[in-house]
Write a protein that binds this ligand. Structure first.
Ligand code: DAH
Length: 341
């Protein structure tokens, strides 16, 4: 039996070392160690051995089994390493094949302008507020000194969401003046950009949805001088040093006095050209000193505090800056258009 075991060990190890693939190794394993394998057959004869020989032969058989198992394992890792090496040598990456182009988006021109304006105001100590687009008529109109009967409240101008006209899509970002005064400690310096909605037909200069940027400062001793100084400084940053402005009297229900600010056309210097439609001036924003009634509506004493507010159309600014002549282009999101900026 000893010779039998020796010869099994010898031939098994030879076959293992000669194996060139994992499948060969498996065949060897089955041939010697399997249920009907050669070593198994020898073990089955153990019963016929004498009591002295049995443990000796048993130990030897175990050693042979261990040696064969170990050899299979070692050969298996050698074969795996060889296979990997072979794959690495044959599989090459052709770096000259053209890659798949990833489409990368980029900032919409309107947001380029908005971010620039935000930067300017943040630099002046303003905070940026976000506001709701679905608003109570109270905040869009009444508290802004725009009582029932005002033409802006007409059903033909405003998207009401309730039969009783109490809830609507805000028609202006001025609702944020009230929201800010009701929720923030004084003094306040804020801008609030966002969407507004009006029942306008779509054409080159109108859209039922557009964007405004509202701004407001409330503190002790704020005057019209602060309004002009602040807005002039902002305009110099947007349109360049030396930009000439003028303030025209106007009417807004929530400011008193109210004015509109124009800039002298930066294209023609005020002579008149297509950019300013021959006017020499371009209207930029509406503004004014916050009406005492509005302050009182928000629980602020107008004898102690005063403030100014302004509102501007964001699309109009972007159209001016990028020489876009049709408002619809801003909303259509045609990549061929957007890619130009
Ligand atoms: N909300 C006004 C509008 O939509 C714009 C405006 C005018 C805002 C004067 C203001 C302001 O804050 O003081 O036409």
């Amino acid at each position: 039996m000893k010779e039998q075991l020796e010869s099994i060990r010898k031939s098994a190890l030879e076959s293992i070392l000669g194996s060139q693939a994992g499948a060969d190794l498996e065949t060897v394993r089955v041939k010697y160690l399997g249920k009907k394998g050669e070593l198994t057959a020898v073990l089955k004869q153990m019963g016929s051995l004498s009591a002295e020989l049995r443990p000796i032969m048993g130990q030897m058989a175990n050693e042979v089994r261990a040696a064969v198992e170990k050899a299979i394992e070692e050969q298996s890792s050698i074969l795996e390493a060889k296979a990997l090496q072979a794959r690495l040598e044959t599989e090459t990456v052709d770096v000259t094949i053209p890659g798949k182009k990833l489409k990368v988006g980029h900032k919409h021109p309107m947001y380029t302008v908005l971010d620039e304006i935000k930067d300017i105001f943040i630099g002046m100590g303003f905070e940026i507020l976000d506001g709701q687009e679905i608003e109570l008529a109270d905040y869009n109109f009444t508290k802004l000194n725009t009582d029932e009967g005002h033409p802006a409240r007409e059903w033909s101008d405003t998207f009401y969401l309730m039969q009783d006209s109490s809830v609507l899509l805000r028609t202006q970002t001025s609702n944020m003046q009230i929201r800010a005064m009701e929720t923030r400690p004084l003094p306040i310096r804020m801008i609030a950009p966002g969407r507004v909605y009006r029942k306008d037909e779509v054409d080159a200069t109108h859209s039922p949805m557009f964007h405004q940027i509202e701004g407001m400062v409330i503190d002790k001793g704020i005057t019209l001088g602060d309004l002009k100084g602040t807005l002039n400084a902002v305009v110099q940053k947007i349109y360049g040093e030396g930009t000439v402005t003028r303030f025209r009297p106007h009417h807004f229900p929530f400011t008193e006095p109210s004015c509109e600010m124009d800039i002298q056309c930066h294209k023609c210097g005020g002579v008149g050209c297509p950019t300013c439609k021959g006017e020499g001036w371009i209207e930029v924003l509406g503004s004014g000193m916050v009406h005492p009634k509005v302050l009182r509506n928000c629980g602020i004493d107008p004898d102690v505090y005063s403030g100014f507010a302004f509102g501007m159309g964001l699309e109009r600014l972007a159209m001016g800056q990028f020489k876009i002549n049709d408002l619809r282009l801003i909303f259509e999101n045609d990549v061929r258009f957007l890619e130009q900026f």
